[in-house]
Write a protein that binds this ligand. Sequence first.
Ligand SMILES: Cc1cc2nc3c(=O)[nH]c(=O)nc-3n(C[C@H](O)[C@H](O)[C@H](O)COP(=O)(O)OP(=O)(O)OC[C@H]3O[C@@H](n4cnc5c(N)ncnc54)[C@H](O)[C@@H]3O)c2cc1C
Length: 319
Amino acid sequence: MILVIADHDLGVLDPLSLQAVTAAKSIDSDVEVLVVGAAGRDTAAELAAHGANTIHLAVHDQLTDYAPLAAARAALQVMDSTSPRAVIAPGSPRGNEVLAHVAAIRDLPMAADCLTITPGDAGTHDVVRNRWGGNLMETAKVHGDTLLATVAPHSTTAVLADGAGTVVEFTPELSAADTAVRVLDRTGGGGGGVGLADARVIVSGGRGVGSAEGFGSLEELAALLGGTIGCSRVVTSAGWRPHSEQVGQTGTKVAPDLYIAAGISGATQHIAGCRNAKTIIAINTDKDAPIMGYAHYAIIGDLHSVMPELINATRAAKG
Ligand SMILES: Cc1cc2nc3c(=O)[nH]c(=O)nc-3n(C[C@H](O)[C@H](O)[C@H](O)COP(=O)(O)OP(=O)(O)OC[C@H]3O[C@@H](n4cnc5c(N)ncnc54)[C@H](O)[C@@H]3O)c2cc1C
C-alpha cells in the first residue's frame, strides 16, 4: 500500500494531490490518502474518483488551516497503523514541507521533486528527479524501508481510477509544539480559491511591464481570455504584484494551455516554473532574449503598444 498526503486549501483540493495519487497508483494499485483537517472532508469524493481506497481524515480542533508539523504527526500515526511501502506527497512547497518533517522525525531519506519512481531491489527505489530548477535530471537510488517522495508538479497527468473511497476519521494526538506553526489568519487576496497552478491561461508580466499600474492591460487581457495573472520575481521584489502570483523556481510551477510572457527575459529560474505550458507566447523588445528559446510564438515589440492591440483583437474575435 502507498499512502499519499493530499493537500487542500480550506477545502479546495490542490490538483497536484491528484497527480500524486496517479503517480502512486502507477507503483501500487492500493493507494490510501491522508487528508488533514475537517475542511478537507469534501475532497474525499474526488480522491476516490482518482483511485483512493481509504481516505484517512485527520480531525482536530487545532487543524483548522495549514499546520505542517501537525500534518506530519497525523501522517506518522497513519503510517504506524498501516505500514505503507511508500509515502508520497505533491511536490508543492506544502507537500515538501510536511514530508520533510516526516523524514526528519523518522530519520528516513526523502526524494523531492520526482519525475519517475520505480521500485528497485528490496528496500530500494529508483527515482529520476529535477535538480537545479529542472535544468538537470538526477537518477538516484533511495534506500530505506519506507520511501518518502514528492512528485514533481505536472510531471504526471491525473487520471480517473475507481477507488473504494472509504473515509476513516481519526483524531491525531498533537502536542502544543506540533501546532506552534500554523496559519492563524489570512489577509489580502482571499484563500480557498483556484490559484495559478490550476489556471488554463496565464498572462504573465516581468520587469518590462515597468510598474504596478502597467499590469492593468495584462489584467484586461487575462479577463478576456478567462485567465489569471502571473509574474516574475523582479515584479514581486518590486512590490508590483503579490508573491502568490510569482511563477518559477521559488514561485508556483504552472502548466496552463497558454502562457503569455510579457516583458520577461526567460531566466532559468522563471522557466523552471512555466516550461510545462502547452503554448508560450513571448512579448519582448529583445529578439535575442532567452525566452525566445522556449516560446512557441513571439511578438517582438514594446508590450505597452502590443497589449492594447491584443486586447482589441481578442475583443473583436469574441464578437
Ligand atoms: C535562487 C533564485 C531563485 C529565483 N526564483 C525565481 C522565480 O521563482 N521566478 C522568477 O521569475 N525569477 C526568479 N529568480 C530571478 C531570475 O534569475 C531573474 O532575475 C528574473 O526572472 C528576471 O525577471 P524579468 O524577466 O522580469 O526581468 P529581466 O530579466 O530584467 O527581463 C526583463 C525583460 O523585459 C524586456 N522588456 C523591457 N521593456 C520591455 C517592453 N517595454 N516591452 C517588452 N519587453 C520589454 C527586456 O528585453 C527583458 O527581456 C530567481 C533567482 C534566484 C537566484
